[in-house]
Design a protein around this ligand. Structure first.
Ligand SMILES: *Cc1c(COP(=O)(O)O)cnc(C)c1O
Length: 366
């Protein structure tokens, strides 16, 4: 048996919607599924606006441009995240400033964020890492006190909650990814949501090549083509119909992993009654160190089970070697060596799940 880290969950409903988009011939970037998905996704987040975009990286780029981030500006970001978070800052000609994460929730350290803010700081991008909602309300307060923007990168934690607040509802703009390994997917895709009408209008203009909304085929600024297709939105619309079912199935797998690993010396994600995580790719820490982690990854691979190590810290990648950081980011460096993700998908069959959990239990107990 081979089990990938993730598998898209495509049912009859997704196929039916795609077929219907095809038959309508609306396969490009307008159509009823685009409208339906954007309206429903905005409603789920209680926001004024949702724009579907071509991927999660484009979503981050648009969010920053929507907040008018540009050359000379600084944006505070965690180093323990997917590289797109920092790259999007560079696309705007701005500079990322890296802060460390907390030992507990593996998310941005708010004290360091506060300290790292300079006269050039224009925004904070908070990443809800590995399904764990970050301290949104504290970051909201810091951003408001300093008069800067808060952008949420929700790619890995849609519909998670902390203190009854859902991810993606606190930032000035929040960004999502619908890549094939994310909780809801259309292969490649993304979205931005916002309550700010000016930011929404700017992002809409930039998404569509800068074409003047009042004068077709007249371009007032240099924009991008970051639109998503009606075919992709047909898939997303079906995924929203099945959201609860998919999240429940992922949650069941999470619970089985937790049980299988419960009496072992592995670091599990923080658990708190005030937090509901998004069951993305089950994360854990092998605190015995890198060799033990490598050996576990190898043993699982020999059984056909794929895994992934935590992100390599961005501040140590060659293109960010000269970036400003808040000290040496020791917790980021440590977690990057200890952490790994186990396969998670709502599309794994019962027999695949049984096999997966049994192998994990056996190998971790060795
Ligand atoms: C997946 C991801 C993105 C965006 O990825 P795309 O592949 O461009 O859709 C951005 N940030 C984080 C933290 C991610 O995990």
């Amino acid at each position: 048996m081979t089990i990938p880290v993730s598998r898209p969950d495509i049912s009859e409903l997704e196929r039916k919607n795609v077929q219907s988009a095809m038959e309508s011939t609306w396969i490009s970037s307008s159509g009823s599924f685009v409208d339906s998905f954007e309206r429903r996704f905005a409603d789920l987040h209680g926001t004024l606006s949702c724009l579907s975009v071509s991927n999660g990286t484009a979503a981050l780029h648009l969010a920053l441009l929507g907040c008018e981030i540009g050359p000379g500006d600084e944006v505070i970001v965690p180093s323990l995240t997917y590289v797109a978070t920092a790259n999007a800052v560079k696309y705007c000609g701005a500079e990322p400033v890296f802060v460390d994460v907390n030992q507990e929730d593996w998310n941005m350290n708010c004290e360091q964020v506060k300290d790292a803010i300079s006269s050039r700081t224009k925004a904070i991008i908070v990443v809800h890492l590995y399904g764990m909602p970050a301290e949104m309300s504290r970051l909201r307060t810091i951003a408001d006190q300093c008069g800067i923007f808060l952008i949420e990168d929700v790619a890995e934690a849609p519909f998670a909650t902390r203190d009854d607040t859902m991810t993606g509802t606190v930032g000035d703009v929040s960004t999502f990814s619908f890549f094939g390994n994310k909780v809801i997917t259309c292969g490649e895709g993304g979205a931005v949501v916002t309550n700010n009408p000016e930011i929404a209008a700017r992002m809409k203009l930039l998404r569509s090549q800068g074409m003047d909304p009042n004068q077709r085929y007249f371009f007032s600024i240099i924009g991008y083509n970051y639109r998503l297709t009606n075919v992709a939105c047909a898939i997303l619309d079906a995924q929203l119909d099945r959201l609860e079912e998919m999240l429940n199935r992922r949650q069941q797998l999470f619970s089985r992993y937790e049980q299988a690993l419960s009496r072992l010396d592995v670091g599990l994600q923080m658990s708190s009654k005030d937090v509901t995580v998004c069951p993305w790719l089950f994360p854990l820490l092998i605190t015995q160190g890198e060799n033990t982690r490598s050996s576990i990854i190898k043993k699982l691979r020999e059984q056909g089970i794929d895994t992934r190590p935590f992100f390599y810290p961005i501040h140590r990648l060659p293109m960010y070697a000269a970036a400003r950081t808040y000290g040496s980011l020791p917790i980021t460096n440590q977690l990057a060596i200890w952490g790994m993700n186990l396969p998670t998908s709502s599309a794994f069959s019962d027999s695949e799940t049984d096999y997966l959990v049994a192998q994990v239990e056996r190998i971790f107990h060795q």
